[in-house]
Design a protein around this ligand. Structure first.
Ligand SMILES: Cc1ncc(COP(=O)(O)O)c(C=O)c1O
Length: 469
């Protein structure tokens, strides 16, 4: 199963431009553009999920609280559907026309209360929400100061914003943040005079690095440097929602800085195992979004089943039914850090520069560890490690450019409250087994020019099944 799925994936990376010579100009041009992706083995293909088919253990999905895997959300959702048998699935109109409905407003109010925010606005996805916020909220003459590793959707929104300047700062680096903020103050007189604003965009938990924003330090730096009120924070809590803070309320809630953060984004496609997102903020922020965000004005309002699934997840969180899962994630990830560091092969591979887990350094001192743990390796090795793990029935995800910066390569592990100690032991054993093989290859032991066993198996399957066209 794993082998054929991997072989399908490799097959999708084979260049098609040359074969498309007889095709129409329209299709040939598209295939040539896709070939650019294929050349870097970066073509996205809609492949079947290994763990969904029961062929592997899930170290891949964002179902951190196991709300999806356990069936708990589905059970709560079924009850919610039964409570409202007459609500139609779709609102048949945009929110600003007559697509607004009582149930949606009620759920928004509940979510706002849960996170101790003035208002909540429900959107179709986190992507839409990020674009909406950056298009609607910053005014001409404002500046956006953002962590260089914020999500692609925030980058897309920032590009479309009307601000005077967009300044990235080095990831999670408070000193770099200070310097960037001071340089904005010096270069922008209207901001210096308190007539225009700086909007600071960060994430609670970074999706590709799994590290946590030093939000309190950034807030303190702003208080020292800027006139009151002219710098406002926007915190994307996508990967903190449900996982971090009291009952999963997020990092802002955990730090008790609700009043210092103008806008928060909570998305529901990750630990809440649903879809959609809310933007939390003041009534003014909500009104600005409804009036200025084209992605809200010109789209159908979120439908009842989507909102009902999210309400079900919030019912589980608000009644404390996800707290145990939150704690278990901490135990699971800490066990992984401890066990992998004590494996002798791991230490050797780390010294050799083949693998590292930056998040595992000083984990004992951290009050909270995230469920996202990247394993860093050499460029392109991520695929070979993912193949190797798939053959051991472990589903993980390779990260290469353009998803992460050029020259880096990682395998992203996502831990869940349902991951057992045995599964983690198996994961560590498989990783170290692969690392041993790679060290032997790099040291030139055994056959010359050999590639790892798992990759060989995939390539030979492609050939034997006549999969190469
Ligand atoms: C930090 C962050 N923000 C926003 C999004 C987009 O959320 P959604 O999947 O709901 O569109 C993601 C999804 O990957 C994310 O990781």
């Amino acid at each position: 199963m794993a082998a054929s799925m991997l072989a399908e994936w490799i097959k999708s990376q084979q260049l098609r431009g040359p074969a498309a010579k007889g095709a129409t100009t329209f299709h040939r041009n598209l295939e040539e553009a896709l070939d650019v992706r294929r050349r870097g083995h970066g073509l996205y293909a809609l492949k079947k999920s290994l763990w969904r088919n029961g062929a592997a253990v899930d170290f891949n999905s964002s179902d951190a609280l196991s709300l999806g895997a356990s069936g708990r959300l589905r059970a709560e959702f079924n009850k919610e559907l039964e409570r409202y048998p007459d609500l139609p699935p779709g609102p048949t109109s945009s929110r600003i026309m007559d697509g607004n409905y009582e149930y949606l407003e009620m759920v928004e109010e509940e979510i706002a209360r849960f996170h101790e925010a003035e208002t909540a606005l429900f959107l179709g996805s986190g992507y839409d929400a990020n674009v909406a916020v950056f298009c609607a909220i910053p005014r001409p003459g404002d500046a956006i100061l953002y962590d260089e590793l914020i999500h692609a959707s925030a980058h897309d929104g920032i590009q479309q914003s009307q601000v005077a300047c967009r300044i990235p700062f080095h990831h999670n680096d408070v000193e770099a943040f200070r310097d960037a903020l001071e340089s904005i103050v010096h270069s922008q007189p209207l901001i210096r005079q308190g007539k225009r604003c700086v909007i600071v965009a960060v994430e609670s938990v970074y999706s590709m690095d799994g590290d946590i924003c030093p939000l309190q330090d950034l807030i303190d730096a702003v208080k020292e440097i800027m006139p009151v009120g002219s710098t406002q924070f926007y915190v994307d809590e996508a990967h903190a929602t449900g996982v971090l803070g009291p009952r999963g309320g997020g990092l802002v809630h955990e730090l008790g800085v609700e009043k210092e953060v103008a806008i928060r984004l909570h998305t529901f496609g990750k630990a809440l195992a649903s879809t959609g997102a809310v933007v939390l903020g003041s009534k003014t922020v909500k009104s600005a979004l409804i009036n200025f965000a084209r992605g809200i004005i010109f789209t159908t309002a979120p439908g009842f089943p989507t909102v009902a699934a999210v309400r079900s997840a919030y019912t589980l969180m608000a009644t404390g039914q996800t707290m145990q899962a939150q704690e278990t994630i901490q135990v699971v990830v800490r066990y992984f850090f401890e066990a992998i560091a004590s494996n002798p092969t791991w230490q050797e591979a780390e010294n050799h520069g083949i693998l590292s887990v930056p998040l595992s350094y000083n984990w004992k001192q951290k009050p909270f560890v995230s469920h996202i743990v990247p394993i860093c390796t050499r460029p392109q090795y991520s695929y070979w490690l993912v193949f190797h793990l798939a053959f051991r029935k472990l589903s993980t995800y390779p990260l290469e450019y353009p998803v992460i910066p050029k020259g880096q390569s990682r395998v992203r592990l996502t831990f869940h409250s349902h991951n057992t100690k045995e599964q983690i032991d198996e994961l560590i054993s498989a990783i170290c087994n692969w690392a041993q093989e790679m060290m032997e290859i790099e040291l030139g032991q055994g056959e010359i020019n050999r590639i790892p066993k798992a990759a060989r198996q995939v390539y030979s399957l492609m050939n034997s099944d006549n999969m190469i066209e």
